[in-house]
Design a protein around this ligand. Structure first.
Ligand SMILES: [Zn+2]
Length: 184
């Protein structure tokens, strides 16, 4: 071994370290991206079980009564009360930051699921068509964007013993209408 190759060796170490750092940062960023944009596997539908409010109203309620950082859901579909238009969709900070939701007691569904809530008590009355239209359009968009399978589009009560999202919000009917819309 001559003197020249000995002197080159530290340089090689520097190169290997640099490549390792670049690869590490790349992998970390790919992981971050996957977690933000590719982890979604469920869409879970809820109702508020009350006929008044908008996102700010329920967010304040959840922060006050449950001590959560935000409203429990990613999207809220308004019913025309609290200064909103019926069918108007609001997006929570939870969704903007792509954080998990607090909407069920099933941890994986909270972490890997998108939670949508409709304002209204659908145990007592049917879902107004404007809200239903917004729900179908929103689910269809999210379903396409994240490649969520139809059997993973569920109502809260299909995961847990609860009345939510109410007996008038028939999820089998929602899945059937989604399949119809996709055929068009
Ligand atoms: Zn629920």
């Amino acid at each position: 071994m001559d003197l020249l190759s000995l002197r080159r060796r530290p340089l090689r170490v520097v190169w290997i370290a640099l490549i390792a750092i670049v690869a590490g940062v790349g992998l970390y960023q790919a992981g971050q991206w996957w977690w933000r944009e590719r982890r979604w596997r469920w869409i879970v539908v809820h109702h508020t079980a009350s006929d008044f409010g908008n996102l700010a109203y329920f967010k304040a309620m959840h922060q006050r009564e449950r001590g959560w950082s935000d409203i429990a859901y990613h999207f809220l579909i308004n019913n025309g009360t609290a200064g909103t238009a019926a069918g108007q969709i609001e997006e929570s900070d939870l969704w903007r930051k792509r954080e998990g939701n607090y909407s069920t007691k099933v941890h994986t569904v909270n972490e890997f699921g998108i939670a949508i809530v409709l304002v209204g008590n659908f145990e007592k009355h049917p879902v107004p068509e404007l809200q239903m239209q917004s729900l179908l359009q929103l689910i269809l968009k999210l379903k396409k964007q994240y490649g969520i399978s139809p059997d993973h589009i569920v109502g809260h009560r299909e995961l847990w013993q609860t009345a939510c999202p109410g007996k008038h919000l028939n999820m089998a009917e929602v899945r059937r209408r989604l399949a119809e819309m996709e055929k068009r």
